[in-house]
Design a protein around this ligand. Structure first.
Ligand SMILES: [Cu+2]
Length: 380
């Protein structure tokens, strides 16, 4: 921020200072500059245009004020009576034209630059789901789902008794952040599995819709290491405000380490169906999976929301029909909000959540579902 911007901020901010109390230190009216070349260019463009508008305002209203005060009737001024001035008309056509072109030219140049996804070093496919994001690193094969952090989810649950102001980054924290290396051009391919979402990180100055059936592209190069937060920016249903985005920019070496660790973890998960799991293990994991993926609709207490999301507590399917139960989780129920989880959850996750649902609340079936059973039911 330069001096003038700071002074303007203080002038405007001062009026609201008393009202905002201790928050005044964070008070900032202007856009932030962000951490990418594009975000800084966007900021500069914004400042240029704002100052042009500012001076037009000063000149126009200044001229008005001067004529009102100096040429008023009570001073005995008689109005000029001339009609049609070619000179004035040419002038007030040319001046705005020059101003507009001088703004449109750099703006168009910047838009073209923002759309240029060529020569990207890393490509990440981002898929919006109600209400979480899925990331697939197309070069390395890393793939994961990023959901609202459990602390935020808990505090957001009515009746939890937790004060959201005590939760760090409330509604802006996820379980699995996107990790990017600094200084590399990253291309994002955006799409959605259900409704329109939008992927937005203000500090990068990138934001685009994720539309079912379409692929949108955008790119960024993050200069500084750090954690950057954003949100879904397209009203996408009941939990639109509960699908934040967190990006961690790290050094290239740390990024490589992270990729290796992710791939190793995926391998372990993939082999989950090769062994017998114990009840405790499945219940513990199942509770987590349920809280992250299912509780938004079926509720933490399993009672659902009458008329919208069915209760799983006491549901005949959950109590009796094992195949139906696994099947609806794997494949969803087309035409309803019950989506297919086959691609989002691995065999152990699904076995765990099925075991959990069959033994949580008042569902005391005592049944254990093994990951191998889930594996055998996947449509190959
Ligand atoms: Cu969304």
């Amino acid at each position: 921020m330069n001096k003038i911007q700071r002074v303007m901020g203080i002038l405007f901010g001062g009026a609201l200072w008393t009202a905002t109390g201790p928050a005044w230190a964070e008070w900032e009216l202007n856009l932030t500059e962000g951490v990418t070349e594009i975000s800084r260019e966007v900021f500069d463009m914004h400042m240029t245009v704002m100052w042009i508008c500012f001076w037009i305002g000063v000149i126009v209203f200044g001229a008005m004020a001067i004529s009102i005060v100096k040429h008023r009737k009570s001073k005995g001024v008689t109005p000029a009576t001339f009609h049609e001035s070619t000179f004035a008309e040419i002038l007030w056509t040319i001046i705005p034209f020059v101003i507009l072109i001088s703004m449109a030219f750099p703006a168009a140049k910047m838009l073209i630059k923002m759309e240029d996804t060529s020569d990207a070093e890393i490509t990440i496919k981002v898929t919006g789901h109600q209400w979480k994001w899925e990331y697939e690193y197309l070069d390395s094969g890393v793939k994961f789902i990023s959901s609202l952090h459990a602390d935020s989810r808990e505090a957001a649950t009515p009746g939890s008794g937790i004060d959201p102001t005590t939760v760090d980054n409330y509604l802006l924290e996820v379980d699995n952040p996107v990790v990017l290396p600094t200084g590399k051009k990253v291309r994002f391919l955006l799409t959605s599995s259900d409704v329109i979402h939008a992927w937005w990180i203000p500090a990068f100055a990138i934001k685009k819709d994720a539309i079912p059936g379409f692929i949108n592209e955008m790119w960024t190069v993050v200069d500084e290491e750090g954690t950057y937060r954003g949100q879904c920016a397209e009203l996408c249903g009941r939990q639109h405000g509960f699908m934040p985005i967190v990006v961690e920019a790290r050094s290239e070496a740390e990024y490589d380490e992270w990729v290796t660790a992710q791939l190793a973890a995926a391998e372990v998960a993939a082999s989950s169906a090769d062994r017998e799991w114990a009840m405790d293990e499945l219940m513990e994991r199942g509770e987590k999976v349920y809280g992250t993926y299912c509780a938004a609709c079926h509720q933490a207490n399993g009672n659902g929301i009458a008329g919208v999301f069915p209760a799983l507590n006491g549901s005949p399917m959950v109590l009796e029909d094992i195949e139906g139960h696994i099947n609806i989780i794997l494949n969803g129920k087309p035409g309803t909000a019950m989506q297919a989880f086959a691609a989002q959850l691995n065999d152990a996750d699904i076995a765990a959540v099925v075991t959990y649902e069959r033994n949580a609340w008042e569902n005391e079936t005592g049944e254990i579902i093994q990951p191998a059973t889930v594996k055998s039911m996947r449509i190959q």
